[in-house]
Design a binder for this molecule. Structure first.
Ligand code: SAM
Length: 309
């Protein structure tokens, strides 16, 4: 029995992943080894809290990719890690995967040490956090793990909305310290201050928080391309972003195409969720067939903002 219910936008995110992994492997098929790293691999199976349908978690999707990876590394908190280990051993006996129980910001060192001999291999990393569990140094270690031309691709969930919630919660300062670790500095606090002072709107806050991460990936870690993929909620408001960092223009093109497909699916998935909640047959009401227009903008130097000190 899967442990928790996800909403349709999580499912849509995993559909992008499911589309991307075989494309990544096709694009790097001449390499003898291809690595998949999933730092927060979750449960083997999830269920849709609106429709009740079950769907595979990211670890299963990665192992099922065809063409496939040659090495798999999964991080997860200890209890879930043992469930994942048991499930994957049962489904994919003998597959070249290893589950590392514990805080992925710590286990990352062992993961990368174990992969050292094949650090030339094309590598895709999924960083599926909930709010601010990751640390900047972990993303930097992943960027530094390479001996080939291109760095590991990183696909990261980034949620300024969850950050706002955390910094206004009961353990505000503790949470803010976590966000310092997420960005690797206190720079993000300037964006928060601008929002508190009403120099920027909520939408701008979100854009600035995402931009700061992209800026760090491009300027501090040297990634050639970063894009922002917004995931929206049923009421039309934005929930979180997926940030994709790559050195490879092919990766960028494929991910952009898959996001277009996800945007096309989204109104139908949203309607199915509403219909499931109201007990109606899916009618696809409100879906007029228009695909939301999306184009990733280049990121900007955050310090050029008038409110940045
Ligand atoms: C959004 S879920 C992952 C879902 C999964 N990727 C999927 O698609 O099915 C986030 C997971 O991160 C795990 N987690 C949170 N903090 C972590 C940490 N510091 N190290 C490892 N795992 C962590 C949680 O236990 C949770 O299962």
């Amino acid at each position: 029995m899967p442990a928790r219910g996800w909403s349709y936008w999580s499912r849509n995110k995993l559909e992008i992943l499911q589309g991307y992994l075989p494309a990544f492997n096709r694009a790097s098929k001449s390499a003898e080894e291809r690595i998949y790293i999933d730092l927060m691999a979750g449960e083997p199976e999830n269920y849709d809290r609106d429709t009740g349908e079950t769907f595979d978690g990211s670890a299963r999707l990665a192992l099922a990719s065809d063409p496939g990876f040659t090495r798999f590394v999964f991080g997860e908190a200890p209890q879930k890690a043992s469930r994942l280990q048991a499930d994957l051993e049962h489904r994919y006996p003998g597959a070249p995967f290893r589950v590392y129980p514990g805080d992925c910001n710590i286990t990352i060192d062992q993961m990368l040490a174990d992969l050292r001999e094949i650090r030339w291999a094309p590598t895709f990393v999924f960083l599926d956090q909930q709010a601010a569990e990751l640390r900047w140094e972990t993303m930097a270690k992943l960027a530094g793990f390479k001996s080939g031309k291109t760095k590991a691709e990183q696909w990261i969930l980034w949620s300024p909305a969850m950050i706002v919630k955390g910094v206004h919660g009961t353990k505000a300062e503790e949470f803010a310290t976590r966000v310092d670790r997420l960005y690797g500095s206190r720079r993000w606090r300037q964006i928060l201050a601008a929002r508190v002072d009403r120099d920027i709107t909520a939408r701008q806050f979100r854009a600035e928080m995402v931009n700061l991460l992209r800026w760090q990936f491009e300027v501090d870690l040297g990634y050639r391309h970063t894009i922002r993929i917004p995931m929206t909620m049923r009421n039309g408001s934005d929930l979180y972003d997926m940030i994709f960092a790559t050195d490879h223009p092919a990766g960028l093109k494929i991910m952009s195409h898959l996001y277009g497909k996800a945007a096309e699916r989204e109104p139908r998935m949203k309607q199915e969720a509403i219909d499931a909640q109201t007990g109606q047959e899916p009618l696809f009401r409100g879906y007029d067939g228009t695909v939301p227009q999306w184009k990733s903008e280049p990121c900007w130097d955050p310090s050029e903002r008038p409110w940045w000190n």
